[in-house]
Design a protein around this ligand. Structure first.
Ligand code: SF4
Ligand code: SF4
Ligand code: SF4
Length: 337
């Protein structure tokens, strides 16, 4: 008798499509996934239309993976449809988890973005200052529509209820294998799914599993922050010990540290552990300590933050590259920077 299969749907929002490629990166293990799951909706993998998803009965899809942030009304609508149709909804990748790189647009707002793109860009000729409209009637009276561009970028759970999170930009092969094992065990009745809200990764920091970790007893002190482009890093030594910004102390482990292995510092795409409220704040604290601005890592004054931040060319991009919509700052409009 043929085994009972679950169904899978993949839908993207404001995404670079890297997370679709990450699914392909299951490589030969994709066959194991397809033995237990039928892909019923994935505009990247099969020929389907949005109306096909909308026509499916509610809760008829076992697991839905939504990747990408929510930037416009189309992304939000399809997030809601996915929530309705899927029994389990997973925010897959840093954009769905925390807003990701598109979330950096929260340093601006719709008005400023439109002004730059549709008026100020040197290749734009737009003397009447026309902006995209959500509805427009052509000369034959037909109504053409465009999704509404939101004023800010959202993570998936700002819009709909999310069951699980798979972080990283994009989730690595190691993480995909963890999901595969989890689903297989569940389908075969050998294990329950984890508690709702679980981030499917580790609860320790990347430093805790990094082979370069100099150990807690070693008190790292450096004179200044260096950029990876300025130095030829020692492949065996902790990046922070070399003065190179590495977000390992403020980042969740579980990706398998592919960047460190490739002699590149961590940029923090897994987001913070559940014990940390704000990834950037936690990293600022760690850097303040290694620069000798303060010995403890509890609280930093505004003056100390300024002293520290003045050494870093793009503090927001460094500390909140993947997590701005999920941070305590949430958004910072340009004029106030
Ligand atoms: S998490 Fe990274 S790879 Fe995935 S959609 Fe966002 S930017 Fe692309
Ligand atoms: S700071 Fe970076 S290089 Fe150093 S131990 Fe942590 S993850 Fe590894
Ligand atoms: S090492 Fe850092 S940047 Fe690289 S995948 Fe892991 S969390 Fe992301």
């Amino acid at each position: 008798m043929a085994k009972k299969k679950i169904t899978l749907a993949l839908k993207r929002g404001a995404s670079c499509v890297g997370c679709d490629i990450a699914v392909v990166n299951f490589s030969e293990k994709l066959f194991e996934l397809l033995e237990i799951a039928d892909v019923v909706f994935s505009p990247t993998l099969i020929d389907v239309k949005y109306k096909d998803l909308e026509a499916m009965p509610d809760k008829s899809i076992t697991i839905g993976l939504y990747h990408g942030a929510v930037r416009n009304s189309e992304n939000a609508h399809l997030a809601e449809v996915m929530r309705k149709k899927c029994q389990v909804l997973i925010a897959y990748g840093a954009c769905a988890h925390m807003g990701g790189i598109p979330g950096l647009a929260n340093v601006s707002n719709r008005e400023k973005i439109f002004e730059t793109v549709y008026k100020k860009t040197f290749s734009t000729e737009n003397p009447e200052g026309v902006y995209p409209q959500t509805e427009w009637k052509d000369e034959k009276g037909r109504t053409l529509t465009l999704p509404e561009f939101f004023d800010e970028v959202y993570a998936l759970d700002d819009i709909v209820d999310v069951d699980y999170y798979v972080p990283a930009c994009p989730p690595t092969h190691k993480m995909n294998m963890q999901i595969l094992e989890l689903i297989k065990a569940w389908v075969e009745g050998k294990a329950e799914l984890p508690p709702k809200g679980t981030v499917i990764a580790e609860e320790k920091t990347l430093c805790d599993e990094c082979p370069r970790n100099p150990g807690k007893e070693k008190n790292i002190k450096v004179d200044r922050i260096r950029y990876i482009s300025e130095v030829n890093p020692d492949p065996d030594k902790c990046f922070l010990e070399q003065g190179i910004l590495c977000l390992g102390p403020a980042t969740r482990a579980g990706c398998g540290a592919p960047c460190i292995e490739a002699n590149m510092p961590c940029r923090g795409c897994m987001g913070p552990t559940s014990r940390v409220m704000d990834q950037g704040g936690s990293m600022l604290s760690a850097i303040a300590s290694i620069l000798g601005i303060r010995e403890d890592e509890i609280e930093i004054s505004e003056e100390e933050i300024e002293k520290l931040v003045s050494q870093i060319k793009d503090p927001l991009g460094c500390f909140y590259r993947f997590s701005l919509p999920r941070s305590l700052l949430r958004r910072v409009v340009e004029d106030r920077r």
